[in-house]
Design a protein around this ligand. Structure first.
Ligand SMILES: Nc1ncnc2c1ncn2[C@@H]1O[C@H](COP(=O)(O)OP(=O)(O)OP(=O)(O)O)[C@@H](O)[C@H]1O
Ligand SMILES: [Mg+2]
Length: 271
């Protein structure tokens, strides 16, 4: 089957001579659940923006659904409609995504842009709002919401477009433990729907629970490793090398010793 995405020798430079992604070869199968992990600045968000056709490679190639994903191909109305109707992107920062006067308008915006019938859009908005417990927020202005509420609205505003592919950048940021559990349930429920899901995160426990495959980006903006979570996330040397865990020395009484700590969680990667 044609993969949803294929990246070959991909280079991204925002500034000439400064790589943000380097030599990336990556294929994402239809229905795959992929976690992209890496330290701050390794290129996770950039990779997701490439997959969403927001950033284009300086060299190399990217294709989506078997078609080259370029500024030119996206300028063709038919491919543009197919691509934008199939791929949803939840930004790392919800503030850049939410711009409507209230949450109800926000949720309706995407499907209306896609040209859906307004009555059908109203039904979708009501369904998604119920599913994501957003009904009490529908008439609120997005800028008045808490960080976690904004994140839920940002996710909902993508889901109302019923995308077959969902890209989520740091989806658990700003979510409290209960909302994180809710997000995991939501992600699990998408498995049956056969959605392709790509998450960028440095939350290794999220990657472990969610992904079929983990791709590790190094601080040289390359793929350092890719494989099943059980293999990648137990590789302490690898995780130390790419700075996803760090050795933290501290004292218990008079005894000084070191632990490897994962960022953003309390689990010790070693004993
Ligand atoms: N618009 C831009 N212009 C110039 N440089 C950029 C731009 N966006 C990102 N970069 C640079 O590209 C590199 C990768 O950034 P990116 O945002 O993809 O990293 P990230 O892995 O998502 O990091 P984080 O964990 O902090 O979200 C960084 O060095 C960053 O400074
Ligand atoms: Mg990022």
């Amino acid at each position: 089957m044609t993969p949803d995405f294929a990246l070959h020798g991909l280079e991204v430079e925002y500034r000439h001579g400064v790589a943000s992604l380097h030599g990336i070869d990556l294929t994402i199968a239809r229905g795959e659940r992929l976690a992209v992990v890496g330290a701050n600045g390794s290129g996770k968000s950039t990779l997701l923006k490439v997959l969403d056709g927001l950033v284009f490679p300086t060299a190399g190639a990217v294709s989506a659904f078997g078609r080259p994903l370029t500024e030119d191909s996206l300028a063709e109305p038919e491919f543009r409609r197919q691509f934008r109707g199939s791929v949803g992107f939840v930004f790392q920062d919800a503030d850049v995504q939410l711009f409507c006067a209230n949450v109800a308008t926000e949720l309706a915006f995407g499907p209306l842009q896609l040209g859906l019938d307004p009555a059908q859009v109203r039904r979708r908005v009501a369904d998604i709002a119920a599913q994501l417990r957003l009904e009490p927020l529908l008439d609120r202005a997005p800028y008045t919401l808490s960080g976690g509420e904004k994140k839920r609205v940002a996710i909902a505003s993508v889901l109302t477009m019923e995308p077959r592919v969902v890209l989520l950048d740091e989806p658990t940021n700003a979510l409290d433990p209960r909302s994180q559990a809710w997000l995991l349930d939501l992600l699990h429920s998408w498995r049956e729907a056969g959605r392709t899901v790509v998450i960028a995160t440095h939350d290794l426990s999220l990657a472990e629970e969610f992904a079929d495959r983990v791709v590790v980006l190094s601080e040289a903006h390359e793929v350092a490793a890719a494989g099943p979570p059980a293999q990648i996330l137990t590789d302490r040397e690898l995780l130390l090398t790419v700075n996803l865990i760090h050795v933290h020395a501290h004292r218990h009484g008079r005894l000084l010793h070191g632990h490897a700590h994962a960022h953003g969680e309390h689990r010790h990667a070693d004993g």
